[in-house]
Write a protein that binds this ligand. Structure first.
Ligand SMILES: [Mg+2]
Length: 170
């Protein structure tokens, strides 16, 4: 049960981040967002987020603090997006390890339950967030047009593995 809980997002909408109503976060009592970057904000092999994503992020950043938390080591790739939005960021975060996320929480100065971690991966994003008690959101990864990836084999595989691990170790 414990393992299964760690691998289960608090919210699993069948949509991308840009399609999520901000009001829903606020209704949950969420006061800050920690966002994964690759395939959550940025399509694979693209350096700029789709226009609808930028609009969503700008709107969100006006309402609450945002931190970009990426396992990607590229300061150029992650920093360019962060600078475009004027928000802080962390590269080489080593999710699901907790150290980088702990630093972000300390910087925000908020209890974990008031902070949402949004990402497209179960074994990095969701697991890291759940280990520290954040409100975890598993979104659909985005394709180059900013639409939900139709064939996201990786997330499907992770969800199957999470169920298997949860059952086997339950
Ligand atoms: Mg990702």
């Amino acid at each position: 049960m414990r393992v299964r809980a760690l691998l289960t997002p608090d919210w699993q909408p069948s949509s991308t981040l840009a399609q999520l109503p901000l009001d829903q976060f606020e209704a949950q009592g969420i006061k800050a967002l920690v966002l994964d970057v690759d395939r959550t904000l940025l399509p694979r092999r693209q350096a700029t987020p789709p226009a609808a994503m930028v609009a969503w992020l700008r709107n969100a950043a006006e309402r609450m603090p945002i931190h970009l938390l990426s396992n990607n080591p590229s300061r150029r790739r992650i920093g360019t997006v962060a600078d475009q939005l004027a928000v802080p960021y962390t590269t080489s975060a080593a999710k699901p390890r907790r150290a980088a996320l702990r630093r972000v929480l300390a910087e925000l100065g908020m209890p974990a339950y008031q902070v949402a971690l949004v990402g497209d991966r179960v074994f990095t994003d969701v697991l890291a967030g759940n280990r520290l008690g954040l409100f975890t959101v598993l979104v659909k990864p985005i394709d180059p047009q900013g639409e939900p990836c139709r064939h996201d084999h990786l997330q499907s595989l992770e969800l199957r593995m999470a169920r298997w691990v949860g059952t086997a170790l339950g």
